[in-house]
Design a binder for this molecule. Structure first.
Ligand code: FNR
Length: 196
């Protein structure tokens, strides 16, 4: 079955220049396009969301929503799937990501609900330590499940010991984990096809 065209948006839980999770998201975009082409599953539009201009959530400033929030809501609404790539900070996912999700968890208006409900979601992460972001992922999955996202729990990708897969300049070289990322990309396209 062909999907024709699906749009997948990556949300990275790090705003850092050179973020490993951002680099992983970039590789995932390539893996998604390759998976769709190889398996005759249509084409994939892939975007890594820039949300660095989203303010800290303050209920006093919720209405009207800031322009940055309006823009991101439109991107999420037009996406067939959301793929999260998050670091682990103190066994949790970073506050910037929680802040973004708090904004997105709020109804758009009196007549329109929040934009994450029903959206297929995949979860991945990479870290220097041995947990590979697995603990943070569990917290993230709890949150996005509460918001009624359709979470693909199998496979998830948690890449530990990042030094084994980076060069001396901190660039991700993705060696041993590349096949797992490819498998997750294939699975996510199929998961989306079954949900939409
Ligand atoms: C970390 N880091 C970290 N790593 C980990 O595996 N488990 C953890 O609990 C934490 N905790 C933590 C807290 C804080 C405040 C910082 C700044 C960092 C290390 C973190 O995984 C590492 O900096 C990653 O490279 C961050 O991801 P990006 O920015 O490279 O995508």
């Amino acid at each position: 079955m062909k999907t024709n065209n699906i749009k997948i948006t990556a949300i990275v839980g790090s705003l850092r220049q050179g973020s490993l999770n951002h680099q992983l998201a970039f590789e995932a975009g390539k893996a998604l396009k390759a998976a769709a082409a190889e398996q005759d599953l249509g084409t994939v539009d892939f975007e890594i969301l820039d949300y660095s201009d989203v303010p800290l959530f303050n209920q006093d400033n919720e209405h009207p929503a800031p322009d940055a929030v309006k823009r991101i809501r439109e991107i999420v609404k037009s996406s067939n799937g959301i793929w999260f790539f998050s670091p682990e900070y103190n066994h949790f996912f970073p506050g910037v990501l929680k802040n973004l999700i708090d904004w997105l968890s709020r109804p758009v208006s009196d007549t329109e609900g929040q934009v994450l409900g029903g959206k297929p979601a995949a979860v991945s992460g990479i870290s220097p330590g041995i947990s590979g972001t697995g603990i943070a992922q569990d917290h993230l999955v709890t949150l996005i499940s509460f918001l009624n996202m359709k979470v693909m729990n199998l496979p998830r990708l948690a890449i530990p010991n990042v030094k084994q897969q980076t060069d001396s300049d901190g660039r991700l070289t993705l060696t041993t984990s590349a096949p797992y990322l490819e498998k997750q990309a294939q699975a996510f396209i199929r998961f989306i096809m079954n949900v939409i």
